[in-house]
Design a binder for this molecule. Structure first.
Ligand code: F6P
Length: 325
């Protein structure tokens, strides 16, 4: 009987997860393993919701958003009992190697699991739109989410300019400002509100005043959902009182940032990381996330990957400030 490699997606889905699953399945087959797909993340692992996958099982999915394995958060996996049931299922299915695709919570769960069951080898792939993991320059799905938010901002700019309005656009990112900052730079936003820096409404008003003086017809402010201002709707309230010139509207993009076809960047990233994860598992690695740094694939222990995230690029922060003249 061939050795088996299990693969699951956990936490929130992200565009490119399917490309990663495809890479894992095909590489596993290439190296002589039998890949097993585990449905609904750790929940499906606990319930033994799995099936053997073949090369054809992952045909035609590289361009699809979401995940064919489904995803989800698992309260049961937080408890030793839940993890014991998961271990028993892995034994029943004769799986000793596991690849988990997800973010922060996924890797914390994986670390707890291998602390208790070190005979199972586990590697992780960074699948989250938030880009909030140490040990990788890019997470799978981030680039797509930024491009979706950017498309929305380009559209909002049209109506903002036509109507002479200020739009506050709220993007996802949990407690990190990566999506907001990258979207703001690419969309030529007048300002960005991110959790990593203090939000100063006086300086935002100064930027808006300056634009108003030189007869700018519109303004866009990108707001990270985790910013201390409390999101776009509350930030709009604050600005309405301080800056009466523009009509102000707030738009919350929400989960549309997580759906749709992944960009070429995300598909390539997912393919690279998926292939390398299986190769490293094959060589005996465990307990780490496979990420990319300066175009090299690297392994970072789960405990370090989830500890914090790298700082926002200060150049990007300066760009928003300087180019919003
Ligand atoms: O972590 C991905 C993410 O989309 C965050 O950006 C967001 O805060 C969160 O998940 C939303 O979670 P849910 O899909 O459970 O509402």
């Amino acid at each position: 009987m061939r050795s088996r490699i299990g693969v699951l997606c956990s936490g929130g889905d992200s565009p490119g997860m399917n490309a990663a699953i495809r890479a894992v399945v095909r590489t596993a087959l290439y190296l002589g393993y039998e890949p097993v797909g585990i449905y609904r993340g750790y929940e499906g692992l606990i319930d033994g919701e799995m099936e053997t996958l073949h090369a054809n099982s992952v045909s035609g999915i590289i361009q699809r958003g979401g995940t064919i394995l489904r995803a989800g958060r698992s309260p049961r996996f937080l408890s030793p009992d839940g993890r014991q049931q998961a271990y028993q299922q892995l034994q029943r299915w004769n799986i000793q190697k596991l690849i988990v695709i997800g973010g922060d919570g996924t890797f914390r769960g994986a670390q707890d699991f291998i602390n208790e069951y070190p005979d199972i080898q586990v590697l992780g792939l960074p699948g989250t739109i938030d880009n909030d993991l140490n040990g990788t320059d890019w997470t799978i799905g981030f680039d797509t989410a930024v491009n979706i938010a950017l498309d929305a901002i380009d559209r909002l700019r049209d109506t903002a300019a036509a109507m002479g309005r200020l739009f506050l656009v709220e993007v996802m990112g949990r407690d990190a400002g990566f999506i907001a900052l990258h979207t703001a730079v690419a969309g030529g936003a007048e300002a960005v509100l991110v959790p990593e820096t203090p939000t100063d409404f006086d300086s935002i008003v100064r930027v808006l005043e300056r634009g108003w003086q030189r007869q700018k017809t519109s303004a866009i402010i990108v707001v990270a959902e985790g910013d201390e201002a409390g999101g776009a709707i509350l930030a709009a309230e604050q600005l309405r009182q301080r800056f009466p010139h523009y009509e102000i509207r707030a738009t919350v993009l929400g989960h549309i940032q997580r759906g749709g076809s992944p960009t070429a960047h995300d598909r390539i990233l997912a393919s690279k990381l998926g292939v390398v994860a299986v190769e490293r598992l094959h060589e005996g690695a465990t307990g780490a996330m496979v990420g990319i740094h300066c175009d090299e694939t690297i392994l970072t222990p789960f405990s370090k990957a989830v500890k914090s995230h790298s700082p926002l690029n200060p150049l990007l922060l300066r760009i928003v400030e300087m180019l919003s003249l």
